[in-house]
Ligand binder design. Structure first.
Ligand code: SF4
Length: 351
């Protein structure tokens, strides 16, 4: 049963309550390289990213935020560690949200200044806790970044914000392992009503990271936990956005853009299906519309699956059947299959 969280507003995006789970990502450029950063933000936004976070590591990054903000329309989040003055500067530059980590900015007087500035500008804060950067006092007590250590860090941070009467907060708390992260979020979900930002830290490259994120986020989202997600991958950040929508789509929580269904291929297949599926997948990236496209290897399950999709191909020997909204409309030679599929998609996309 989903426990509704309070709503936090980031620019024009709402996190929490009954709002759709928000997809976010993070740029991988140096923020001060304004042109590259803006280009990456625009690519992320085109892929469906609804909030973009940027690393702010020095004064040049802070200065760049103002120009970047003017060049893009998606709300921006500044990610600041160690130097609270960068956090204050980022808020002054007009960011829509700030992420801080109690493990890297822990002095109360510094946190107090951030809270007051965030209050003045009505900027929400994410308290982002990572197993790799827990406060020293906690690590001394628990020796390792255990789920208990992470939960105590969250509790201590929330106490500080409560003492200062500040509740414009989103929380994230990531463990070393996927299972730890799930345990931590389940505990925090019971403990408070602040929206939760889900992510699996240091998940890995696209394949491993995608799987680990799908497992961790999938468990939590299916339990009704989580209000915004970021899939962390050692890869182009656009892949993070695509992966996030795949996870949300698999759970029936959000749909964004086309869905490609393709069969795994077996000994019945008479065509080289993988390049066909990859070509279709690549060309589908240009489309924003939600549609199901099936690429199937043979006539056993192929026609049935292709009929369920909006557009589909079921391949035979050197030839494929093309389906539109469940009906076979033509047979096409293998070489022309992909081009013809997209001609049919373009002709019928708004139907
Ligand atoms: S659709 Fe045909 S080729 Fe593909 S896995 Fe199923 S039986 Fe095998």
């Amino acid at each position: 049963m989903r426990k509704l969280k309070r709503v936090v507003t980031v620019g024009d995006v709402k996190i929490g309550g009954n709002n759709p789970i928000v997809v976010q990502s993070m740029t991988k450029t140096k923020t001060r390289q304004i042109k590259r950063t803006v280009n990456q933000i625009r690519r992320l936004q085109k892929a469906g990213c609804e909030l973009v976070r940027l690393a702010v590591v020095n004064k040049d990054d802070v200065s760049a935020l103002g120009r970047i903000k003017k060049s893009v329309s998606v709300p921006l989040i500044a990610d600041v560690h160690f130097d609270y003055r960068l956090a204050l500067g980022a808020i002054d530059m007009g960011v829509d949200k700030l992420r801080i980590n109690p493990g890297t900015i822990s002095e109360i007087r510094k946190i107090e200044q951030i809270i007051e500035k965030a209050r003045e500008k009505n900027v929400p804060l994410r308290i982002g806790i990572n197993s790799g950067s827990l406060p020293k006092v906690i690590l001394k007590k628990y020796h390792h970044p255990t789920p208990e250590a992470i939960i105590e860090t969250v509790t201590n941070a929330l106490d500080i914000f409560a003492q200062h009467n500040f509740d414009n907060i989103v929380i994230s708390a990531k463990g070393v392992e996927v299972k730890d992260t799930v345990d931590v979020y389940e505990a925090i979900d019971k403990q408070c009503d602040f929206p939760l930002h889900l992510g699996i830290t240091e998940a890995g490259t696209s394949f491993r990271g995608g799987i680990r994120s799908a497992v961790g986020l999938g468990i939590l989202l299916n339990e009704g936990i989580g209000d915004t997600v970021r899939v962390s991958l050692t890869a182009d950040p656009v892949k993070e956005v695509i992966a996030a929508y795949e996870i949300l789509g698999a759970l029936g929580l959000r749909q964004h853009g086309p869905i490609l269904m393709s069969c795994p291929v077996c000994g019945r297949c008479e065509v080289n299906l993988e390049p066909i599926a990859r070509a279709v997948e690549k060309r589908l990236q240009k489309y924003d519309n939600f549609m199901k496209v099936a690429v199937m290897g043979c006539v056993v399950n192929g026609p049935g699956e292709a009929r369920e999709a909006d557009f589909g191909i079921a391949c035979g020997k050197g030839v494929g059947a093309l389906f539109l909204k469940g009906k076979e409309i033509m047979r096409v030679k293998e070489k022309k299959l992909v081009d013809t599929l997209f001609e049919v998609i373009d002709e019928n996309i708004n139907y």
